[in-house]
Design a protein around this ligand. Sequence first.
Ligand code: URP
Ligand code: ZN
Ligand code: ZN
Length: 478
Amino acid sequence: MSRAPFDLVIRNACVATASDTFKADIGVLDGRISQLGVGLDRGEKEIDAAGRIVTPGGVDAHCHLDQPMAPPVRMADNFDTGTRAAACGGTTTVIPFAAQEKGQSLRAAVADYHQRADGRAHVDYAFHLIVSDPTPEVLNVELPALIAEGYTSFKIYMTYDDLKLDDGQILDVLDVARQHGAMAMVHAENADCIEWLTKRLEAAGRTAPRFHAHARPMLVEREATHRAIALSELVDVPILIVHVSGREAVEQIRWARAQGLKVFAETCPQYLFLTAEDLGMDDSYRGARCVCSPPPRDKANQEVIWNGLNDGLFTLFSSDHAPFNYEGTEGRKPGGEEVSFRHIPNGLAGIETRMALLYSEGVLGGRITLQKFVELTATNPAKAYGLHPRKGTIAIGADADLVIWDEREFVLRNTQLHHAVDHTPYEGMTLKAWPGLTLSRGEVVWDGRDFHGRAGRGQFLACGAPSLMPSRHVGRPA
Ligand code: URP
Ligand code: ZN
Ligand code: ZN
């Protein structure tokens, strides 16, 4: 028999995009979607998706993989295990961070990060930059050149001693974003307030993990969010506030949108499914497993975040996967010690669970539409970082990055996951769905039971200009 016109046909799919749901067959040729229609011709391979929802593969636009850390701390996931976990959780594109150390050139940081990724990734990846040392060379030479080469987004920290920039430095970096059309992501927490509170807590002997949340109350995030908005207004450049945790930061962003400012916002699963109580109700060290910044808040703030997802306040839903083991010497217990909360590495594992958590509790829980799910997890992240329409949608010409969903109830256990982290913050949660099949450029990388990736098959993606404009968001009380 002659060769079929398609490499793969997915039949009878219930295709969900950020705008529509429709029944179609999906024809895949050379890794791309080449036709959508009813009754498509033969594929070399055929998959029957009858009655099942098919969404674009997830784009996790905020995750940390194999990011260099000060010894003895080390991230548990590298590009191999991190992208394996991503694929098994329905994510087909990841954007981790090439982080500049103070005193290091940005070029060197990018070159080092490519070495860490080369030959290891199972799904496609791009890089954000982290700018921690904006020297004249970085601002005038390196950053403009890197933006032109496809590194079109960078993160600015307002906290963490080894990463933070002062306001003058932030203005300088935002000005580069404006001149060269890059997207600036901001970690908004007031470093001096955190240090002041931390010292007082330590002086009072309050060093258990739960005091991490006491050192970072919402006003710390609110003040920095407001300041970041003002700095971006001064420079007249869009910014994206990452990992927004609750009401006070949300109110600042609503205010900015109501003024017509181009302020985008991202939130993460930990702000929907965890509270400060997960850092511990007593001084037990187990709460170290949920230390992240900003910290999770409370049930009322979870509702604020759900509302923001629904009404367009949030543009992106990312994992902020920052993988550290609980046991051993390289993670939550640096050198094997139970340390003061100040020294516990920040961040939670979530690259594999992000999509299923939002699908289960958001879509099947009746809190958001399927279209909103696709927008937040795939289409908007691809647009925000210049990867759309190749990534983040189901359309002719797009990469055949697809998820076919299995809707079934099960109890989540870390033993089911494919990351290299010894715990999940969501252990024991009942989920209602999980990806039954993940395709990356037309190849099955996860079939609902087994992983079929291949280290090195993931390709580096040079990003284009961000193609996202905020809707003018008229504020309503959070
Ligand atoms: O606690 C967090 N969020 N850790 C990861 C690094 C960052 O700031 O995103
Ligand atoms: Zn951050
Ligand atoms: Zn992060």
